[in-house]
Ligand binder design. Structure first.
Ligand SMILES: O=C(O)CCC(=O)C(=O)O
Length: 281
């Protein structure tokens, strides 16, 4: 097992759906990720949503995704930095595949809060072993838009309707095509005292591993520093390809030979990033 994880962390992930890994990413990798953040801010790409497009320039918020296939430094990071081993061991998988990289930047004073949501309904898969590792690229706490998660919500056995992060951005229109019979996410903000909420300060380079079934959010950035994070998305052994209306278009049916219901095995689109040492052939 990686020296940065203990059996206690694996139990905590099963129970709470989230584990904080201190110093998950070293300084040299962080420098490479910083360079990508700078590029995203100066030239947002094809998949970016940017509040500047909605007329919000002061306290701009940008999210960008799916860079790993074109950016060698991102590809190297997800495949070689050791983060895959942390996620694979935490989820207790034999094999871990990479799905995509998702970047979140909230400039100083950004009033853009990330609403409470669950990730799984946005994605074209079924399965329990789907997780993210959210890496802080700046020090964060509640004031500076640290991530908050409802502990144990991955065990609610409930799928909540996907919602847009920035209501007016036409680039997010795909989200509206989701299943209208999905239940709305509860108003966690109004009932915070009824939940056990993970909300811990993180240092730059710390990582949060959390299940795609967790209900989570991030407040606005009330501070004078840029808040940046990279969420890496991962698929374990039980994950099956299940495209559906309202699923993220970065990887759609035309991008893979997988058929609906098949276990995810497409090495080109979903490369194996880690295999348990004792997993055999
Ligand atoms: O960083 C944020 O504001 C949101 C992150 C998030 O929702 C995620 O990584 O799934």
């Amino acid at each position: 097992m990686s020296s940065r994880l203990s059996p206690h962390d694996i139990d905590a992930y099963e129970r709470d759906g989230v584990v904080l890994v201190k110093e998950a990413v070293s300084l040299d990798w962080l420098a490479a990720l910083d360079a990508i953040v700078e590029r995203i801010v100066s030239v947002p790409g094809r998949w970016a949503t940017d509040t500047r497009d909605q007329g919000v320039d002061q306290g701009r918020a940008i999210d960008e995704r799916y860079l790993w296939r074109d950016e060698p430094s991102v590809r190297r990071f997800v495949l070689d930095s050791g983060v895959a081993a942390l996620v694979g061991e935490t989820m207790n998988c034999r094999t871990l595949r990479f799905y995509y990289d998702h970047w979140f930047v909230k400039e100083r004073g950004s009033m853009t809060a990330t609403p409470w949501h669950q990730d799984a309904p946005y994605w074209p898969f079924t399965g329990k072993q789907i997780a993210s590792m959210w890496i802080a690229l700046s020090d964060v706490d509640r004031e500076s838009s640290g991530l908050e998660l409802v502990k144990g919500s991955h065990l609610w056995n409930q799928r909540f309707r996907a919602r847009r992060f920035v209501a007016t951005d036409p680039k997010d229109a795909w989200i509206d095509k989701g299943d209208p019979s999905d239940v709305e996410v509860p108003d966690i903000e109004r009932e915070r005292d009824r939940h056990d909420i993970f909300s811990e300060p993180m240092k730059r380079g710390d990582g949060l591993i959390f299940s795609a079934w967790m209900v989570h959010a991030a407040p606005a950035n009330y501070t004078a520093i840029r808040r940046a994070a990279l969420s890496t998305r991962w698929l374990g052994d039980d994950v099956r390809w299940q495209p559906h209306p309202g699923a993220d278009p970065t990887v759609g049916p035309a991008d893979t030979k997988l058929q609906p219901g098949e276990l995810v095995t497409d090495d080109e689109r979903f490369p194996v990033a880690w295999t348990r040492a004792d997993a055999g052939g």
